[in-house]
Design a protein around this ligand. Sequence first.
Ligand code: 5AD
Ligand code: SF4
Length: 468
Amino acid sequence: MNRQNIDIPQTSIEDQRRYIAEINEITSKKDLKYHIITYGCQMNVHDSEKLAGMLNTMGYTETLEQNKADLILFNTCCVRENAELKVYGNVGSLYTSKQQNPNMIIGICGCMMQQEDISHYIVKKFPFVDLIFGTHNLHHFPRLLWGALHSSHTVVEILDKEGLIVEDIPLTRNLGVSAWTTIMYGCNNFCSYCIVPYVRGRERSRQPIDIISEIKQLSEDGYKEITLLGQNVNSYGKDLGKHYYFSDLLREIDDIDGIERVRFMTSHPKDLSKDLIMAMAESEKVCEHLHLPIQSGSNNVLKTMNRGYTREEYMDLVNLIREKIPQIAVTTDIIVGFPGETDIDFAHTLDVVNKMEFDSAYTFMYSQRTGTPAAKMDNQIDNKTMKARLQALMELQNKISRNINSRAHNQIVEVLVEGLSKNRNDMFSGRTRSNKLVNFAAPYDVTGKIVQIKVNKAKTWTLEGVMV
Ligand code: 5AD
Ligand code: SF4
């Protein structure tokens, strides 16, 4: 079903050129600026780079000041409810600006829009919104924007099904040393709490040749670090029918000149094969960092979450990885308060966290997502219990992170410098291969360089030091 409520013709990708040309006509007469607000994961940030790329092709220029923008675009996330509440709050606050400047275009796109009924709710609650579209028709943005510029109604187009992968969407990446490359879209796992498979569709891998040529181009453009993105990168290639898998891709990328570091996320424990561990160990450029969400340390909870592994299997896997790659930093995601989670289940989570000594963990309170099996379970956990569990988990993890980081004190670490530090403009910042953020003083601009830093202060989330 195509939930489309105004008559805008469907187009092939080639036909988009006409819309791009027509919008260029408009922007050539008037200097139009855009501002994109992105919520959620790296995948969304990367989609915003595509939206920015298309806007630049259409003659728009970016402004970092929202109040100077002629087009404000919200690229939304729906993984947890609080991400959605933020969007409603921020869109609502534009009501007055839109009255003062009716020519301003307000658009909302991304995962949240793929959910049943959300677009209807937005059209009703925020009728001043000009454009609503989903994740599956991002590449149709020029046509949709053209529609919004020419229509007095809200343009809504959400496709319920993913299409083929569209290559060659122009991209405007954040300038810097690191770039993201999507290697696959969607997810087939249907963890019972998670909305992602419903809004991002089934797993689709990009062709290796497209990925490799994009990374070669990134290397030529001066990028030094590549992060391969996908909801479940470990199952890359399984849909291609070529006997070419994630480990093969890593090995091939390892040979690309100019790229110094390769990262990837996210991994799923049930799909992380021994072959992949060996490819990580053998590939020089693949960094010693693995983000491996465990979600819970209780076998009962893991089962109802539909995660496909036990706590023992997870721990064996991490132990194997640490044996093969001793320097590796392991980080994770953990949800507390999944329906039916007992005090004993939660104690099992704390126990695994204690045993595994993760370098860091993203910790979340379970959020009920309409349409997922867990949302219908009748043993939902109350907010107070969830908060207390989250607090206890964070305290434990912070202690572990601080302890691990303190081992870096007085050590020399290799840092790829991203630029000036966001919080301290007398310092530069960058990351170690194990993905630790390091702030440090340097006598000259070392942005983009790999430098050696002697750590003189270890905090819970960052390290500080001086260049040696
Ligand atoms: N509630 C809380 N956390 C969630 N995540 C995914 N869905 C939910 C939900 N419904 C978390 C998982 C996932 C991370 C990206 O977000 O931990 O790994
Ligand atoms: Fe969501 Fe599970 Fe897929 Fe991750 S693996 S995106 S948690 S369904």
